[in-house]
Design a protein around this ligand. Structure first.
Ligand code: GLU
Length: 475
């Protein structure tokens, strides 16, 4: 069998029957990196032959998700439904050559691309129509087209680039349907015709497609097309070791945008699901392009770990400029961010972002922290009060309020100087004053530096919040 040769050409071929999910994203990333690493081409094909379930809205959403993670594709987008004439031509040729036949049994084949519709209940075809000679009258009746699996085939083996040789016995196959009775071609057929048309050299996709591969190989052979290499990626698993589901984590890529993840962080995280380069965790895109190879892709399913993704996202946030963070918050997470943080101006917001991004794990958390700081504490947690408020705290805060009143210019230097000297005078540890101040300003003792918070809130607001806490503890 002739192998597809020449420059590497890979593709991602989503069915627009839903949004791009994490499994799809990982397939995209591995294909894209493979192409970029080898200076090949990464192509995109929309597999919309399922006219009922395909929606333009999903095409747009998939393209939007790819743009968000900054994955570009080469050459023109191929739309499968626009190639229907080509598909029909090949079906007619196969019929003419006796490699396919009309079937009047009315048994429908489930669409293999729909992972949520496993082939349960599917009965192997008994071959009833395989050898009948239909008349032109018969051909007017509804009929599907089946591929005639050649009798000479006893086994089909392919050398998966990740899993090594995989063999299927022919008795695992039947004469599968390549076109439904309404004339629309089936996935296993069109994928071959289109991959050959696009001169795809490597088919890299999820392992749920392994069982489709022998059928596709038979079609390559029947059509006389050169065969691509195949690589099937391991599943992404939930914490219970089963296939990742919506119960475990959001599965749509664009949900991560709304949840406040940075595209580079998600990209970096997804690459490590199944691929490794020593024990390096953080990579620039350039490094990934340089290091990526299919040899380092594991066979075992990879567990999706939300905590690790959050950690990586936090790391990327700290490396991102405050301007970009603000822009992404407004665009992706909280369009009213600026309104909700009035009276702070841009400069003050940047200062706040710089302060909170040191600890936040997502843009959403960061935005919420800022908005919450703006609104002030609604209540004080009893546990926090119990931990940090001592019998002398009230007195200390009252004295501190007087000191604050005397300060004219609120800068980090003046405020930190004031607080440190004050603690020395009282002979108390900084933490014993700083924590009650934090609680007064934010409602909780887990917050960024009190000096910066006091400066950002300004004299009046800071005093007001300190007085509120004072009221609670002296009550
Ligand atoms: N349209 C198929 C899917 O979304 C593509 C399968 C393939 O890559 O061959 O699963």
């Amino acid at each position: 069998m002739v192998q597809q040769q020449g420059m590497v050409r890979v593709r991602f071929a989503p069915s627009p029957t839903g949004h791009l999910h994490l499994g799809g994203l990982r397939a995209v990333i591995f294909n894209w990196l493979y192409a970029r690493h080898l200076n090949g081409k990464f192509l995109l094909r929309i597999e919309d032959t399922d006219r009922v379930r395909s929606k333009q809205e999903y095409v747009d959403s998939i393209l939007g998700a790819l743009a968000w993670v900054k994955v570009d594709y080469d050459e023109d987008l191929v739309i499968q439904s626009e190639r229907i004439g080509e598909h029909t031509k090949v079906i007619n040729e196969l019929l003419f050559q006796g490699k396919a036949y009309p079937c009047f049994c009315g048994q429908q084949e489930p669409d293999e691309t729909q992972e949520d519709e496993p082939e349960v209940g599917y009965k192997k075809y008994n071959g009833k129509c395989r050898n009948i000679k239909p008349t032109s009258e018969d051909l007017k009746k509804p009929h599907a087209i089946r591929f005639k699996v050649p009798e000479s085939v006893t086994q089909i083996t392919f050398d998966d680039l990740i899993r090594g040789p995989i063999t299927f016995d022919s008795d695992q196959l039947d004469d599968f349907i390549i076109a439904r009775s309404d004339g629309t071609p089936m996935y296993n057929f069109v994928v071959v015709i289109d991959d050959a048309f696009m001169r795809i050299t490597h088919v890299i996709r999820g392992e749920e497609h392994i069982s489709n591969t022998p059928k596709q190989i038979l079609l390559y052979q029947a059509c006389g097309y050169p065969l691509p290499s195949f690589a099937h990626l391991p599943l992404i698993l939930g914490p219970d070791g089963k296939k990742l589901s919506k119960r475990d984590a959001a599965t749509a890529v664009l949900d991560y945008k709304k949840m406040g993840y940075l595209p580079d962080a998600l990209f970096n995280y997804m690459v490590r699901l199944g691929w490794a380069h020593g024990d390096q965790e953080v990579f620039t895109r350039q490094e990934l392009i340089e290091y990526f190879s299919l040899d380092a892709v594991g066979k075992k399913g990879a567990i999706f770990d939300m905590v690790k993704l959050e950690w990586l996202n936090g790391l990327y946030m700290r490396q991102t400029s405050d301007q970009e963070i603000m822009q992404r918050i407004v665009q992706d997470v909280e369009p009213k961010f600026k309104e909700l943080t009035v009276p702070w101006n841009e400069k003050e917001l940047f200062a706040l972002i710089a302060l909170y991004k040191e600890r936040a794990k997502t843009l959403r958390e960061l935005a919420q922290d800022c908005i919450q700081l703006r609104n002030g504490p609604a209540t004080f947690s009893p546990q926090e009060l119990q931990q940090w408020i001592t019998p002398t705290t009230g007195q200390h805060l009252a004295l501190f309020l007087q000191k604050l009143d005397a300060v004219d210019t609120f800068t980090v230097e003046t405020i930190s100087g004031l607080i440190k000297t004050f603690c020395k005078e009282l002979n108390i540890k900084l933490v014993n004053l700083a924590q009650p101040i934090r609680i007064a300003l934010t409602g909780t003792s887990a917050s960024p530096s009190v000096f910066e918070l006091l400066v950002l809130l300004g004299k009046n607001e800071s005093k007001h919040r300190l007085e509120q806490l004072l009221k609670v503890i002296t009550a």
